[in-house]
Design a protein around this ligand. Structure first.
Ligand code: ZN
Length: 360
């Protein structure tokens, strides 16, 4: 049974989109260029008011259908104690993992979520949700347990230790799950409508079904459920090349599933394939514009790509007898780079609003 929030969420989604495909280039950090004439990534990522203001200004300028509070994937790792390289203008990343021996997995502790960038995200999400809830579907963004661990400990090490020291990895995953539990409860108090989970490792390029279940699936299920009981619609973002769609859509049952597409990788699912296989039957799929086009593509190019994607998606949805159950989005975050072309973001939104309409 969907929660009341999920029903409200679905209604808002259809109302706002007014019978057309919805749209949300996952433009988050890049919106900081609209705050006070442009602020640095560093300032944006450390001040909840500036963090929120970027989403508010982005909404004013681009009229998205969603506002999703993604910062970057070093937030939780940094608060666990990993060293984060934070340049003025680029996406920060972990440069000093916190796990340097098998024993270190057991030493990980859930940090105080009222401190660090976890608190910036929670407070920032509260501010922009209050400001935007009557205009768009707002959501927080959170990393799944295995993603937090690979970010904090280093992916290569974790993937090796899964086979050589699985019990140490499981000890750490329990701690990550406890950290996520605190964060979900924190997001539940912000007033955001949904919560988007990043379950990056549900990817057949990295893990099979059995390994995924052992090292993340079983930790996810209670967190997915908690998302609903804390009053938020449950959503997933995955930019995996070969995502575990059966597990993540048919089994986890998110309200929204945001995905990427890698045309050069055989079996990477395109939008029309995912719709044809039934993944949009009970879920709003979102994707799959190449994020690099926002830096490298011309307005003409990205407009054409958006138009083609609208056509592809509308045809696939019609064949299945489905309504506008697709959000024209980027496959992953629009690069928060100083060279990202803001006019390309506008082009995706405007093109979807123009060509995403259909008589259903
Ligand atoms: Zn992504």
């Amino acid at each position: 049974m969907p929660t009341n929030k999920e029903i409200a969420f679905a209604a808002v989604m259809n109302d706002k989109a007014g019978g057309r495909l919805s749209t949300y280039p996952i433009a988050c950090g890049v919106n900081r260029k609209l705050v006070n004439g442009g602020i640095t990534y560093r300032d944006w990522a450390h001040d909840p008011k500036l963090y929120a203001q970027a989403f508010i200004e982005g909404q004013k300028k681009f009229s998205y259908d969603f506002a999703i509070g993604l910062m970057d994937l070093s937030v939780m790792a940094g608060d666990l104690g990993a060293g984060v390289r934070m340049d003025e203008q680029n996406t920060p990343f972990v440069d000093k993992p916190i796990v340097n021996s098998v024993e270190d997995y057991e030493k990980l502790k859930v940090p105080d979520i009222k401190k660090g960038r976890s608190s910036v995200i929670l407070e920032g999400t509260r501010i922009f949700s209050q400001a935007l809830n009557d205009q768009v579907v707002t959501a927080g963004f959170i990393e799944g347990p295995l993603l937090v661990l690979t970010q904090a400990a280093g992916a290569e090490r974790v993937f090796m230790d899964m086979f050589t020291n699985p019990s140490a990895v499981h000890t750490a995953l329990k701690t990550m799950t406890a950290f996520d539990t605190e964060m979900v409860k924190g997001f539940g108090k912000t007033g955001c409508v949904g919560l988007v989970w990043d379950y990056l490792w549900a990817n057949y390029s990295c893990l099979g079904d059995k390994e995924y279940e052992e090292f993340e699936g079983k930790y996810c299920r209670p967190l997915n459920k908690l998302t609903g009981t804390e009053g938020m619609a449950f959503a997933i973002h995955s930019c995996a090349d070969l995502p575990h769609l059966d597990t993540q859509i048919f089994d986890f049952k998110p309200a929204i599933y945001s995905m990427a597409y890698y045309p050069l990788i055989p079996d990477s699912p395109s939008a029309s394939e995912a719709i044809a296989k039934g993944y949009a039957d009970n879920c709003l799929l979102a994707g799959q514009i190449d994020p690099q086009l926002f830096i490298r593509g011309s307005v003409e190019k990205i407009t054409q790509v958006t138009k083609d994607l609208c056509q592809e998606v509308k045809t696939a949805l019609c064949k299945k007898g489905l309504g506008p159950r697709y959000c024209i989005a980027s496959g992953c975050e629009v690069p928060p780079d100083v060279h990202t072309k803001m006019e390309n973001i506008a082009a995706v939104v405007e093109t979807t609003k123009k060509f995403g309409k259909i008589d259903w």
